[in-house]
Design a protein around this ligand. Structure first.
Ligand code: AMP
Ligand code: GLY
Length: 419
């Protein structure tokens, strides 16, 4: 069969690689893809937002199934659009994608259905939000309601900082319409964890947990990024805890979405904090995480094509996921200056890589037969090892084989797993 992956990041590169392993695959297409993905898939130069052209390409290239990587096209209704045209696609429709697209929607849903999360209040009035923050005190978390490219969350250590955040989100509209409302949330203390799950509207199949590293510098210092590295499995996540997450969070959420009339199918991402009272949700996403995918999919032994087809046909209950016992660590190499401004067009040199190392390209393009940087997160180096330590060592060996001017990476990815 032929599949089309929509997107252009490291996550999509990992999805493409996994699909390519399937004996059922004839051709993997990717739109728009990037300079690395084009080694593994036929890249079509169509923007993620151009649904009309994507649908035409799906017809023209006999695509049997389309899979969507990033949130924006989901939130803008790519699934609805393809379905109206009779094209097969896996992912939540526009209304179901609200679980990521509106933090207020997600929090209200959790409250109504007793899904564990922090206390919160939603405001569409700036002054009322400020009064609430002053009353509650710090630390406190301020979140823009809508999509803000991962930058709409401010964990304020001081009340002043929370007020500044409210002013810039609601007053200065630094995230545009996404800041029409804010969610003010209780600060939760504990380890952070990502659990992704395949969902077909009813059945929930959780994947092995992963941990992301959001801040740009070692020791979780500096501003948040899209993610500087990840590892899986998570040793401090016992099986009972995963079972609890499956039952009290994932399954409950999928049922809640059904009750509300927004059946969810695709990938459900639960961002969790393991508090003293148990796991609580800090966010839901309606898609695979980046860079969590780069450590989860390389460990998935089950054919991803079978899983995606089962989601599409609502037969996920017939699938049992199999995992490689090896651990995976992914180290992101980013442009100097990221997540602020950075230079583009710098040549990337990749020397011979040791075994069990994969490079997933994110922000790079081909220019005159050379790979050059074109984004903040340039690439991720994923290594498998018999344990986290071995995977970590190998990933950093891989990093040494890759060069571009000013390359920045954290040197402590997965250290937390070994504490
Ligand atoms: P998000 O973009 O929602 O993933 O949030 C970015 C980061 O803010 C998360 O990775 C957490 O580290 C932190 N965060 C979000 N919500 C909370 C919360 N309620 N308590 C503590 N930290 C939070
Ligand atoms: N790694 C965080 C995310 O994909 O949202």
């Amino acid at each position: 069969m032929n599949v089309l992956v929509v997107g252009q990041g490291g996550r999509e590169h990992a999805i493409v690689r996994s699909l390519k392993k399937s004996p059922k695959i004839h051709t993997v297409y990717c739109a728009p893809g990037n300079g690395g993905i084009e080694q593994d898939a036929v890249c079509l130069p169509i923007k993620e937002s151009n649904f009309e052209e994507l649908a035409d390409a799906a017809k023209k290239n006999d695509i049997d199934l389309t899979f969507v990587g990033p949130e924006n096209p989901l939130f803008d209704g790519i699934v609805d659009f393809f379905q109206e045209k009779g094209l097969d696609i896996v992912g939540p429709n526009r209304l179901a994608a609200q679980i990521e697209g509106s933090k207020a929607f997600a929090k209200d849903l959790m409250k109504k259905y007793n899904i564990p999360t922090g206390d919160y209040q939603v405001f569409d009035d700036k002054e009322a939000a400020i009064t609430y923050v002053v009353e509650k005190g710090a630390p406190i978390v301020v979140k823009a309601d809508g999509l803000a490219a991962g930058k709409g969350v401010i964990v304020a250590q001081e009340v002043e900082e929370a007020i500044d955040a409210i002013n810039s989100i609601m007053g200065d509209k630094v995230f545009g319409e996404a800041g029409n409302k804010v969610v003010i949330e209780e600060f939760l203390q504990g380890e952070e964890l990502t659990v992704l799950a395949f969902v077909d509207g009813t059945t929930v199949l959780p994947m092995e947990p992963a941990q992301d590293h959001k801040p740009v510098f070692d020791g979780d210092k500096g501003p948040n990024t899209g993610g500087m590295g990840s590892y899986s499995p998570v040793p401090h996540m016992p099986l009972e805890l995963l079972e609890e997450v499956k039952n009290t969070i994932l399954q409950q959420t999928v049922e809640a979405m059904n009750q509300e009339g927004y059946p969810f199918s695709g990938i459900l991402y639960a961002g969790l904090i393991i508090t003293k009272e148990g796991p609580k949700v800090i966010e839901f996403n309606a898609r695979f995480g980046d860079p969590e995918t780069q450590v989860v999919l390389p460990r998935l032994k089950t054919d991803l094509v079978d899983v995606l087809q089962a989601i599409h046909q609502h037969t996920l209950n017939e699938i049992q996921l199999e995992w490689d016992h090896k651990a995976a660590v992914c180290v992101i190499m980013a442009s100097k200056g990221y997540p602020g401004s950075y230079e583009k067009g710098l040549p990337i040199e990749i020397k011979d890589l040791p075994e069990e190392i994969e490079v997933f390209i994110a922000g790079a393009k081909k220019e005159a037969q050379r790979l050059v940087t074109s984004g903040g997160r340039v690439l991720g180096v994923t290594a498998l090892g018999s344990n986290i330590k071995e995977a970590q060592e190998k990933a950093y060996e891989g990093v040494k084989q890759i060069n571009f001017e000013g390359a920045h990476y954290r040197t402590d990815i997965a250290d937390k797993a070994m504490k």
